[in-house]
Write a protein that binds this ligand. Structure first.
Ligand SMILES: Cc1cc2nc3c(=O)[nH]c(=O)nc-3n(C[C@H](O)[C@H](O)[C@H](O)COP(=O)(O)O)c2cc1C
Length: 154
């Protein structure tokens, strides 16, 4: 069974909740799913990753949530190269932070692509000003992502 890994960046648990809500959709599509809420680089590259989903909120002024900082630092420091990695990205933020809306998700997207990883489809940006429950946006997006990118394996 192919492995889908979900990497979570969260302060208050919303992004982890989204990861847990969308996981069954991938299981139904034929994947084994692992969720990493204290991710390390080894979680990504130390074992096969057939598909990755990054799900992160933003804190501070466009900053990564604390639980994701070590992962991104390690990725930038070791620069392992991620050619062949296919991923999706759900960024959670709040548009009242006008200058740093979804800053962490946008930065992470750049870092991943800088390492040669390939994002499948567009990034989802969930705005807490518009969407009270992020799941309401994330679940249909994942459904559509699996369909449009032909990710179903079962
Ligand atoms: C102290 C603080 C700082 C924040 N900074 C930003 C920001 O710079 N940009 C943004 O888009 N959202 C920002 N947010 C909004 C959160 O990213 C958003 O509420 C998100 O849904 C929280 O998800 P979480 O529960 O996974 O941490 C901030 C929220 C707080 C409480």
């Amino acid at each position: 069974m192919p492995m889908l890994k979900i990497f979570v960046g969260t302060v208050y648990g919303g992004a982890l909740d989204v990861a847990e809500q969308v996981a069954p959709l991938f299981e139904q599509a034929g994947y084994e799913v692992s969720i990493f809420d204290q991710p390390t680089l080894d979680d990504l590259i130390g074992s096969p990753t057939d598909l990755a989903l990054f799900c992160t909120s933003t804190t501070g002024s466009g900053d990564y949530p604390g639980n994701l900082v070590a992962f991104v630092r390690e990725l930038e420091a070791k620069s392992p190269g991620l050619v062949g990695l296919k991923y999706g990205l759900i960024a959670m933020g709040d548009s009242s932070y006008v200058d740093s809306f979804c800053g962490a998700g946008r930065s992470l997207d750049e870092v991943l692509q800088g390492q040669g990883a390939e994002r499948l489809g567009e990034r989802l940006e969930v705005d807490a000003m518009e969407t009270f429950m992020a799941d309401d946006a994330a679940l249909p997006w994942v459904d559509d992502w699996i369909e449009s990118q032909q990710l179903k394996v079962a």
